[in-house]
Write a protein that binds this ligand. Structure first.
Ligand SMILES: Nc1nc2c(ncn2[C@@H]2O[C@H](COP(=O)(O)OP(=O)(O)OP(=O)(O)O)[C@@H](O)[C@H]2O)c(=O)[nH]1
Ligand SMILES: [Mg+2]
Length: 204
C-alpha cells in the first residue's frame, strides 16, 4: 500500500510547450464540470485548497499539474507521481468558442502525453451514464490508455443503493474490464481503491 505524504501545485498550462516534463507516472482526472475532480485531488492528497474547487461549474479552465510524493507503507521506499486536473466538459453555459478551446486543449494533452499511467474519469453517482462520458471512455479504449471510473458524491444516495447503482453505471458506460469505485469526499470514503489502482499502475 502506498501513502501520499506530500503534494505540490506545479503550474497551470494551456499549450504543450508550457507543460511541465512528464518525469513520473502521470494520472489525469477528467469528467464533467462540477463532478468533483478538484475535490478528489484534494481528498487524495489530504490537502484542502491544493486544487481550487467551486460549487459553480467551470472552475478549472486550464490544465493544472501537481507533483505527488508517496511512501510505501512499512518501508523507507518513496517515490513520485504526477496528477493533472483537466478542465471539465459538458458545462452548459459555455460558449462555442470556449468549447472549441476546451476541445483543443484536452486533445492536445492526450496527443502530447502518450505515456500516461492512467486516466481517472469521474461521474456523478446520481446521474445515468452520460453520452459525453461514454464518448470519452471510447476514446480512451481506442488509444489504449488505462483508465478507471470514480462515481463521486456517493453520500448523495442511500448507502444500501451504492453497489447496485455503481453496477448499473458500469453497464451504461460500457466499462467492460475497467474498474469503477464509489467515493464520497464529504465522508472521506472510497479513496483506498483508487490508491491501490495507482499503485498497480506505477508498479506494473
Ligand atoms: N456531497 C458531496 N459534494 C461533493 C463531493 N465531491 C465534490 N463535491 C462538491 O461538488 C462541487 C464541485 O466540485 P469541484 O471539485 O470543484 O468539481 P470539478 O469537477 O473540479 O469542477 P470543474 O473544475 O468546474 O470542472 C463542490 O461544491 C464540491 O464541494 C462529494 O463527494 N460529496
Ligand atoms: Mg475543478
Amino acid at each position: 500500500m502506498i501513502r501520499i505524504v506530500e503534494s505540490f501545485f506545479v503550474k497551470s498550462a494551456v499549450e504543450p510547450q508550457d507543460y511541465p516534463a512528464s518525469a513520473y507516472p502521470e494520472f489525469a482526472f477528467a469528467g464533467r464540470s462540477n463532478v468533483g475532480k478538484s475535490t478528489l485531488i484534494n481528498l487524495l492528497t489530504s490537502h484542502k485548497g491544493l486544487a481550487k474547487t467551486s460549487s459553480t461549474p467551470g472552475k478549472t479552465r486550464l490544465l493544472n499539474f501537481f507533483l505527488i510524493r508517496y511512501k510505501r507503507e512499512n518501508t523507507e521506499e518513496q517515490g513520485f507521481m504526477q496528477f493533472t486536473d483537466l478542465p471539465g466538459y459538458g458545462f452548459a453555459e459555455v460558449s462555442l468558442t470556449e468549447l472549441e478551446k476546451w476541445r483543443r486543449m484536452v486533445n492536445r494533452f492526450f496527443e502530447e502525453r502518450l505515456h500516461l499511467a492512467g486516466i481517472v474519469i469521474l461521474v456523478d453517482i446520481r446521474h445515468e451514464a452520460d453520452p459525453k462520458d461514454i464518448q470519452m471512455l471510447k476514446m480512451l479504449r481506442m488509444r489504449k490508455i488505462p483508465h478507471c471510473v470514480i462515481a463521486t458524491k456517493s453520500d448523495k444516495i442511500p448507502k444500501t443503493r451504492i453497489k447496485q447503482t455503481v453496477q448499473k453505471l458500469a453497464k451504461g458506460l460500457e466499462l467492460g474490464e475497467a474498474p469503477i469505485f464509489p467515493v464520497s469526499a464529504l465522508n472521506y470514503l472510497g479513496t483506498e481503491h483508487l490508491i491501490d489502482w495507482f499503485e498497480q499502475r506505477i508498479s506494473g
